[in-house]
Write a protein that binds this ligand. Structure first.
Ligand SMILES: *Cc1c(COP(=O)(O)O)cnc(C)c1O
Length: 421
């Protein structure tokens, strides 16, 4: 018998896709709905940014440190405020709050602490050279957070409302924490959802908390000498077909630290995660990974290659997507953009034959970060950096995206924040 859609063979992906489609807010506006497992859709209140309750912090309590000081300690320095919004299965989403940054209260039996019912997002607010404050494609982060949230059976919401809440936090804290006197600087925004129900037992949480913080984060996009990658140990993988590597759920990250720490002890920055006996290249740490090479043969064509999304092994990065779209638009005729499975052996072969042109990691935290070396088992791939600390396409692409983020060009991807002065 041919399996039908919805059969046991594709239960998980079908369930997540169906749940996303079930969020009526995406098509109908308010009132929005949630659904949680067997309880189905209801008409309880959805996430609603227009209900935001604002409690201002005393602005004199927390001075703004300079970037170097802020990033030198062992604690993330957050801004004056945070957003929180609680949910319960019986009352839906409460009115969201913008309030002074501070600790959360959780019971030791809270679902997130035992069953990894947590997902998150990462995006930045950029102080432009034109004085304005922008987010970069925040709609994509909000949609991805909905997908991750549903993947771990936390409550759905209208992603447009989450985007408004993120904008509200940046509108309030932006002027002080990302002053116009610091063009070219950024804050890191961290939305997250956690299961808070204080009950042990493996089940979908009946209570949850959504929160958003804004903080300093070090610049990671230009390590001296380029980023050095080490492939994962043979007996360890980051994600697998049928797993949840495509979702930004906390459960993907804790278990990766063992390999990352071992690589760091050997002087490498991140793991290049390979998959399967073929050794398919997937991601570099928590960034997507790109190589530029020439195809074999006398008329070798120039290609920008990255792993595909369709097997759901890798995260659908906003930066990755932007690189792919911009390269297709601006480098057409010069370089072909290819999303396909490719192996570490192909990279090594290209390197041995002098066809490897450059490589970079792409993600919000590391932005576009040139890669100079990959160690696989005992073999070292040394990657050219013709522009000194970067390859030429890496540097071009980085420049285009950076111009959008910092307002050197006006582009629909750069969403201007209406700041509260
Ligand atoms: C967050 C993340 C990325 C990058 O995604 P962006 O949307 O570009 O920040 C890539 N891979 C993994 C595993 C990630 O967690």
């Amino acid at each position: 018998m041919i399996p039908q859609k919805g059969s046991a063979e594709d239960l998980t992906s079908t369930a997540v896709e169906q749940k996303i489609a079930e969020q009526p807010a995406l098509s109908n506006g308010h009132p929005n709905f949630h659904s949680n497992g067997a309880n189905g859709a209801s008409t309880l209140p959805g996430l609603d940014a227009s209900k935001l309750i604002i409690t201002r912090a005393d602005p004199t309590v927390r001075p703004v440190p300079d970037e170097a000081t802020a990033c030198s300690g062992t604690e993330t320095i957050c801004t004056d405020h945070m957003i929180t919004c609680s949910w319960s299965i019986s009352t839906g989403w409460s009115a969201p709050e913008l309030k002074p940054y501070g600790p959360l209260t959780l019971m030791p039996t809270a679902s997130v602490l035992h069953y990894a019912t947590e997902c998150f997002e990462g995006l930045k607010a950029y102080r432009g050279y034109d004085g304005r404050l922008r987010l970069f494609r925040p709609d994509l982060n909000a949609k991805r957070m909905l997908m991750s949230t549903l993947r771990i059976s936390l409550p759905g919401f209208d992603p447009a409302e989450l985007e408004k809440l993120i904008l509200a936090l940046v509108a309030v804290d932006g002027p002080k924490w990302l002053p116009r006197s610091r063009p070219g600087s950024f804050l890191y925004l961290r939305p997250a959802v956690i299961g808070t129900q204080p009950q042990l037992g493996v089940q979908a949480p009946k209570e949850a908390l959504l929160f958003v913080t804004a903080s300093f984060m070090a610049r990671l996009d230009a390590p001296s000498g380029g980023m050095r990658l080490h492939t994962n140990p043979d007996d360890m993988i980051r994600a697998w077909v049928g797993g949840f590597g495509y979702a930004k759920v906390g459960a993907n990250y804790g278990p990766s630290l063992l390999a990352t720490n071992a690589a760091r002890e050997r002087g490498f920055g991140q793991i290049l995660w390979l998959y399967g006996p073929e050794g398919y290249c997937t991601e570099a740490g928590a960034s997507n990974f790109f190589v530029v090479w020439r195809t074999k043969g006398p008329e070798g064509r120039l290609q920008l290659v990255t792993a595909p999304l369709d097997d759901k092994l890798i995260l659908d990065g906003v930066t990755r997507r932007s690189v792919v779209e911009l390269a297709r638009e601006k480098l057409a005729g010069e370089l072909e953009v290819v999303e396909r499975k490719y192996t570490i052996d192909e990279v090594i072969e290209a390197n041995k034959e002098g066809r490897l042109v450059e490589a970079f990691a792409a993600g919000t935290a590391y932005f576009i970060c040139p890669v100079s070396q990959i160690r696989h088992r005992d073999y070292d791939v040394h990657i050219p950096m013709v522009k000194g600390e970067s390859g030429q396409y890496t540097s071009k692409i980085k420049g285009w995206i950076s111009d959008i983020m910092y307002g050197n060009v006006q582009h629909p991807w750069g969403v201007v924040v209406d700041e509260q002065q």
